[in-house]
Write a protein that binds this ligand. Structure first.
Ligand code: ATP
Length: 231
């Protein structure tokens, strides 16, 4: 579903991401892990078509993001690390707005299911600026899922969520992956996403240090996982 070949991104001549190659199939949940400045946000934003690659090729659902951006992005959703909501809209109005933007018909029943799943149903009539950070994060997830993406990208989605919120989000992500969605999410903390992801990309200073399954990861980063520490 996602094919990345030699993705490189430079900002004003400075290399932020250097020659990443990987793929993500439908049903996979891939963890993109690395410290501050590793290039995680840059990679996710490039996959979402927000900024172009300096070099390399990105295919989403078989469509080249540079040549066929509309087709490539049609069934893709990115939840940024600091989702922006409209302070004067309620949770329900955010879903309504999203449905209009994406042309989703018959969204009300799925919207209610999503709010129930994400434990937001009691807050459906709350204004966005009355919500906590974690709740706002979950509203962004509900909006992203409303149009049933085939590719779901989440940048640091656990920031601001309490343990229950994390479990809820994990369940939601697992359900989407089980339905065939390709999921990629970033984190500083390997231990925090180790139980969720099916494979991992570890990056530092824009370079790939590791790409492999959970078993390979355990063998390579046993000490870090034991401490649930950041890399
Ligand atoms: P964090 O965990 O802190 O969010 P990250 O892994 O997401 O970090 P990026 O935000 O992708 O890392 O940044 C990777 C590199 O690219 C850093 O050196 C950063 O300074 C640089 N960078 C990111 N965005 C820009 C920009 N708009 N202009 C110039 N340099 C940038």
């Amino acid at each position: 579903m996602i094919e990345v070949q030699g993705f490189t991104k430079q900002y004003e001549g400075r290399v932020a991401v250097d020659d990443l190659t990987f793929s993500v199939q439908g049903g996979e949940i891939v963890g993109l892990v690395g410290p501050n400045g590793a290039g995680k946000t840059t990679t996710l934003r490039a996959l979402a078509g927000i900024h172009p690659a300096t070099a390399g090729r990105i295919l989403i659902g078989g469509h080249d993001l540079a040549r066929e951006p509309i087709q490539a992005k049609r069934r893709l959703a990115l939840i940024p690390d600091e989702p922006q909501l409209f302070s004067s809209l309620t949770v329900w109005e955010h879903l309504d707005f999203t449905a209009r933007v994406y042309g989703v018909r018959d969204w009300r029943a799925p919207g209610e299911r999503l709010l129930t799943e994400l434990e937001l149903i009691d807050r459906r009539d709350s204004m966005a600026d009355e919500l906590s950070r974690g709740m706002r994060q979950k509203v962004a997830v509900a909006c992203a899922l409303l149009h049933d993406p085939a590719v779901l990208l989440l940048d640091e989605p656990l920031t601001g969520l309490d343990p229950r919120g994390i479990r809820t989000l994990y369940d939601t992500i697992r359900r989407r992956a089980a339905a065939g969605c390709a999921v990629m999410l970033s984190s500083h903390l390997l231990g925090q996403i180790e139980g969720l992801c099916t494979s991992f990309l570890v990056v530092r200073l824009g370079r790939m240090l590791f790409h492999g399954s959970r078993d390979d990861l355990r063998a390579r980063y046993a000490a870090e996982l034991g401490e649930a520490a950041s890399l």
